[in-house]
Write a protein that binds this ligand. Structure first.
Ligand SMILES: [Zn+2]
Length: 301
């Protein structure tokens, strides 16, 4: 009987122990995708948010707590993007996943954060008090975070370090070639004037040297108001506004309002993995983003 119980116990435990892969809990789909690029079949990833959700605002649901409890590595954008929900999840997570520990990667700690405020006044409702946290839409940032993910995977799973190194090198090579091609393809976008809904495309516009005219939100996190939209309309009279861009999770009502008065094209960009059908990995996301922008600008001209 004892033997039988032991056997039953082993059978129950087997699926758990045979699963040798590292569990990666990503706050956003772009980091889950990047972890897969470097970790291959040695990692299993989970993203707390999806492309139809605003990563600033999700609920710290029990299912997310269950996921974070089992995670070996956490990858988030940081710079306050997840401040509304991640601290609640972290309270339930392992000590190894806490900020500053090797199980926690804060992408914005490893890149140059843009739009750092000189004066922080949270009373005005600005949800970017630590600078702009939407760091994944510059390919240079992706490479930097890829390196950090590689280092942490090696620390957590030294046995497979050569495997991670091989994957990192392959990714770096493919990504560098692709980035040069994207930049070349997007030459016509340089200097194009853009209005965004929220400042979630800052890194992209910066990289492509496009011109940021304004946001439909009066401040990051505050919904468009009539007076702010009228102000933008006034500015559009003097600036040659080419595009209004937004993500799949943002309401396009204000964009359509401004578009109908200025004749400016509205473009929905995927923003992250899963933001449209073709954006199923980081390469697809960037390919799609560039293609949609080029198409919209050429229609505009
Ligand atoms: Zn934001």
């Amino acid at each position: 009987m004892k033997k039988l119980l032991l056997l039953v116990g082993l059978l129950i435990a087997a699926p758990y122990f045979s699963d040798a892969s590292l569990r990666v809990f990503a706050c956003e789909p772009e980091w889950a995708s990047l972890a897969e690029e470097i970790g291959g079949d040695k990692v299993s990833t989970f993203s707390a948010t999806h492309a139809q959700q605003n990563p600033h605002y999700i609920r710290a649901r029990p299912s997310l707590i269950a996921k974070i409890r089992r995670a070996d590595l956490l990858i988030c954008s940081g710079a306050g993007l997840e401040v509304g929900w991640l601290p609640i999840l972290l309270q339930k997570a392992d000590a190894a996943l806490q900020p500053g520990r090797r199980g926690y990667i804060n992408a914005s700690d490893h890149v140059t954060v843009l739009e750092l405020p000189t004066v922080v006044d949270r009373s005005l409702g600005d949800i970017h008090p630590e600078g702009n946290p939407h760091v994944h839409l510059n390919p240079v940032n992706i490479l930097k975070v890829a390196n950090v993910i590689y280092e942490r995977l090696c620390q957590l799973d030294a046995e497979n370090a050569p495997y991670y190194q091989d994957r990192l090198e392959q990714f770096q090579q493919r990504w560098t070639i692709a980035s040069a091609q994207w930049k070349k393809r997007s030459a016509s976008l340089k200097g194009t004037s853009v209005v965004v809904y929220h400042k979630n495309f800052t890194y992209l516009l910066d990289w492509l040297e496009m011109k940021k005219v304004g946001s439909l939100e009066p401040k990051p996190g505050l919904p468009p108001t009539a007076s702010h939209l009228n102000q933008l309309l006034k500015e559009a009279e003097t600036t040659e506004l080419s595009l209004i861009i937004h993500t799949p999770y943002e309401n396009d009502k204000a964009a359509q309002w401004l578009s109908s008065r200025t004749g400016t094209t509205v473009v929905e960009l995927p923003y992250t993995i899963g933001g449209n059908e073709q954006s199923n990995d980081l390469f697809g996301l960037y390919d799609q983003t560039i293609s949609l922008l080029i198409e919209a600008v050429s229609n505009e001209r």
